[in-house]
Design a protein around this ligand. Structure first.
Ligand SMILES: NC(=O)C1=CN([C@@H]2O[C@H](COP(=O)(O)OP(=O)(O)OC[C@H]3O[C@@H](n4cnc5c(N)ncnc54)[C@H](O)[C@@H]3O)[C@@H](O)[C@H]2O)C=CC1
Ligand SMILES: N[C@@H](CC=O)C(=O)O
Length: 811
């Protein structure tokens, strides 16, 4: 057999399983032969044969009945054809298991011999099937080819000897014969069966490719190739079309289970391309690994999750020579490999990542090696942190590392430690296993610039809330295209029901919510749902007018939600609550935006904040703060129309609060005034505000329903007020914030005034609000912000704006 232009074709276990698996494998080989390709096939044990053999061995070693399971195993192996003669392997298995059963003991050497039968059975079956479809094939036992050391379970090949044997064998094979070689297994010099450890069949294939100087190694698996992250963890993971060996090597080292560092090296040495293909999806081109990569930047997020972190602490380690050497010696004596080490410059603490199953052994080995240092108190503790995982960002350098790191912190995932390699372009983070799913998604969203997911919970789906939900659903595509932000409303709650969907609610949300069971545990349910589904970049939006709901803000913040509210209550509660909320936000690195609290969608709070934070002294803010009362008095003053008719219009247009008495009594304007005052660092309480209540005393104690049904009773009072004005004057309900703003408290007045119709306040139209902001620099001439001050559409737009601002901030 000549080796030029030869390809090594390796099939993984699932690609050889009964049914479509084995059928496709035969079809793939046939197609290649038909095309005149010269190939060598390497086969893993079929399906989950290796696991089954391990279970049989365990049963036998425990002295449990295993024979029925063995018969079932044999039956399955004999599928799909009885023509394959598997009797030698079956007999060998029977004898080996019988011996293990009698001795109740099983060495790694025996285990290798038992497991080897899996690959031997696979090549026999594959060869028989190829023969029956007209292809001349030869089963080859790799124990005749690959010579290893005696490290059973994870043997290393003796390269020169193995190569010599491989070449001798293949030189004798006719070029019309397809060699079908067992993966995973080999033999030591004494001809005892060994195995090549994890990913052993891939290793066999790459060794053969190297020795035979193959053109390419094609690795047929059950996945389409290598992805930017494990698709089981990250739904949006994308297949990588091409990788360099160096990148593949980094990925292999950091947990990309499809690759293994030792399988890359023989290919790298001879510059042999490796293609990862899916035998169940023959259209896909898979991932090509060559000496060159086709794009720069971060390649993938890899995960190691069967690991533990050993925390080696010692106050007396500073400046001591040889501590690390002793640590590594103690661990290597026990064959324990360290995948990550991180050491503070003070040398007081050293973090080591090892395989989880070796953690206790590692601690014992270190305690023994440092026994004297415990006595001298140079070392004071060696402990294990279980339940950790390592997330590695392959291709990441420290230049841009702040992006994924900040995103993690924003999502309340604080890595236990991180480290990087100088040449390898890779940063690894050790995190708590409970955070793994979310962490990988957060990093993936951040580094691959695939849309960042923002998960929104909307509380209150009335006029503003309902409008907002529809606006988000209608504009989600545009936001995705323009800003690369995927907005998902994963929860909607009213005071009785909760609708949740981790993939985001659909346009039919209102109907679905109605059909939900009533639950009293709205917020807890939603917090738990977000946790269970590892949802990242969480935003809670309060579109209620509820004072009670505000008590949920602190739990939401501590559960990792940023907040947006159109509800004004949280900002107008006691000053101590106001402060507590800000402290919690600071502690949890969360934000709270509430632009719509004053002036609906107008950019007022942001402007005031900017002016104030830039040091500008704001001396007074005056204006018509209420959209509904603006509408009411604009229309009532300018037309001969009953007060009650205009009031009803304002209610119907959605300008008023859910309870319109909140507007008429002045509370709503007072709240807005207080919110602005607190933006200026004033510590006023609601009670400090002088409010002119527009509801005549006789109507104050009635129920909302009674009040609404007797609006006409207000007409006389307001007609009298209107008529008592000077000529060319109109009524305006204004808020006025003034006083020495360097003191803690300002003067806050809310009152009905009569102003000249030609003045800025007097010429107001529709539901416009107007805010005059007087500052030291601007002098007599105020900055004026004017526009629609109420209405569900504009308010929902304002809330939407806050959501987008948060979504961008999370970048
Ligand atoms: N309408 C407007 O122009 C503006 C309104 N706002 C504010 O927007 C908020 C909403 O106003 P609207 O939509 O007009 O009121 P709405 O009465 O139409 O809607 C409020 C919704 O919140 C729900 N709700 C009450 N308690 C709840 C709880 N504990 N959990 C979940 N849901 C609860 C109610 O069932 C209702 O569906 C109010 O706080 C209001 O002050 C702010 C700026 C402008
Ligand atoms: N009811 C309020 C709505 C906005 O906050 C108003 O009339 O301004």
């Amino acid at each position: 057999m000549t080796h030029k232009k030869m390809k090594v074709i390796k099939f993984g276990g699932i690609s050889l399983s009964n049914g479509i698996g084995i059928d496709n494998a035969i079809a793939i080989i046939k197609k290649k032969i038909k095309k005149g390709e010269q190939i060598v096939v390497v086969a893993s044990a079929r399906g989950n044969t290796t696991d089954q053999l391990e279970q049989l061995l365990e049963k036998a070693a425990r002295g449990s009945a295993y024979k029925t399971a063995l018969e079932n195993f044999k039956e399955e192996q004999q599928q799909p054809t009885q023509n394959a003669d598997l009797s030698v392997e079956f007999l060998r298995l029977e004898n080996l298991l019988e011996a293990v059963f009698l001795l109740k003991d099983c060495s790694q050497k025996i285990k290798d011999e038992v497991l080897a039968q899996g690959e031997l059975l696979a090549v026999k079956m594959l060869t028989s099937l190829l023969e029956s479809s007209g292809i001349t094939a030869q089963a080859i036992d790799a124990r005749q080819l690959l010579v290893t050391d005696e490290n059973f379970g994870n043997a290393s090949p003796i390269e020169a000897l193995s190569k010599e044997k491989v070449l001798a064998c293949f030189n004798k094979i006719d070029k019309n014969v397809v060699p079908v070689v067992t993966g995973f297994i080999a033999a030591n010099i004494k001809n005892e069966t060994t195995t090549l450890g994890r990913n052993g069949s891939n290793y066999t294939a790459s060794l053969l490719a190297n020795y035979l100087a193959a053109e390419e190694l094609q690795n047929y698996t059950h996945v389409n190739g290598i992805y930017t992250a494990n698709p089981d963890l990250v739904k949006d993971a994308k297949k990588i079309a091409q990788l360099s060996f160096a990148e593949a090597n980094e990925m292999a080292n950091f947990g990309a289970t499809i690759l293994h560092a030792k399988t890359i090296t023989p290919l790298l040495e001879k510059n042999i391309n490796l293609r990862i293909l899916n035998s169940f999806n023959l259209e896909d081109q898979g991932t090509l690994i060559t000496s060159e990569s086709n794009q720069k930047g971060i390649k993938s997020i890899a995960v190691l999750n069967q690991v533990a972190l050993i925390n080696f602490e010692g106050r007396g380690l500073l400046g001591k020579v040889g501590v690390d050497a002793r640590i590594f010696k103690a661990l290597s004596d026990q064959q324990i490999s360290v995948s990550i080490i991180s050491q503070g410059s003070s040398e007081r603490g050293i973090g080591l990542v090892v395989d989880a199953e070796k953690a206790t052994e590692a601690v014992l080995a270190l305690e023994a090696a440092f026994e004297m240092d415990f006595y001298t108190k140079d070392v004071h503790r060696i402990s294990v942190i279980d339940d950790v995982a390592v997330v590695s960002i392959i291709g990441q350098d420290l230049n841009n590392f702040h992006h994924p790191f900040n995103a993690l912190i924003k999502n309340q995932i604080v890595p236990l430690l991180f480290n990087n390699t100088i040449t390898g372009k890779n940063v690894s983070l050790v995190i708590k296993k409970a955070d793994l799913h979310k962490a990988v998604n957060v990093i993936h969203g951040q580094v691959f610039g695939v849309a960042k997911k923002v998960n929104i919970a909307v509380f209150g789906k009335g006029l503003v809330g309902g409008t907002l939900i529809n606006q988000i659903l209608e504009n989600a595509k545009a936001v995705l295209d323009r800003r690369k932000i995927e907005l998902k409303i994963f929860a909607i709650a009213n005071s009785k029901q909760v609708l949740v969907n981790q993939d985001g609610v659909s346009k039919d949300w209102a109907h679905q919510l109605e059909n939900q069971e009533t639950t009293k545990l709205g917020v807890e349910t939603i917090i738990q749902f977000a946790k269970t589904h590892h949802l990242e970049n969480l935003i809670a939006v309060d579109n209620t007018a509820s004072a009670d709901f505000v008590s949920n803000y602190l739990p939401l913040v501590s559960a990792g939600f940023d907040l947006v509210s159109s509800n004004k209550i949280a900002n107008t509660n006691s000053f101590s609550f106001y402060k507590t909320l800000r402290e919690a936000l600071k502690e949890h690195k969360k934000e709270y935006l509430y632009e719509t609290n004053v002036g609906a969608g107008l950019p007022l709070i942001d402007t005031i904040k900017l002016l104030h934070e830039s040091g500008e002294n704001i001396t007074r803010i005056r204006g018509v703060f209420s959209g509904s009362l603006s509408y009411l008095f604009n229309k009532f003053s300018s037309a001969d129309i009953p007060f009650s008719t205009v009031l009803q219009e304002a209610i119907d247009l959605g300008y008023t609060e859910p309870d319109p008495r909140e507007d008429l009594c002045g509370n709503d304007v007072a709240r807005k005034l207080l919110i602005l005052a607190r933006e200026l660092d004033l510590e006023n309480e609601f009670e400090d505000i002088h409010i002119e209540n527009l509801i005549p005393p006789a109507f104050r104690e009635t129920s909302s329903a009674k009040f609404l049904s007797s609006l006409a009773d207000l007409n006389a009072v307001f007609t009298a007020k209107k008529q008592a004005q000077k000529e060319d004057h109109v009524l305006r309900y204004i808020g006025d914030l003034s006083g020495d703003l360097f003191q803690n408290k300002g003067h806050l007045d809310v009152k009905l005034t009569s102003v000249p119709v030609s003045s800025p306040l007097g010429s107001l139209k529709g539901s416009d609000a107007i805010f005059e902001i007087y500052t030291e620099s601007y002098g007599e001439q105020p900055i004026v912000i004017q526009g629609a001050g109420a209405g569900a559409k504009v308010t929902a737009r304002g809330v939407f704006g806050d959501i987008l601002r948060l979504a961008k901030n999370n970048n």
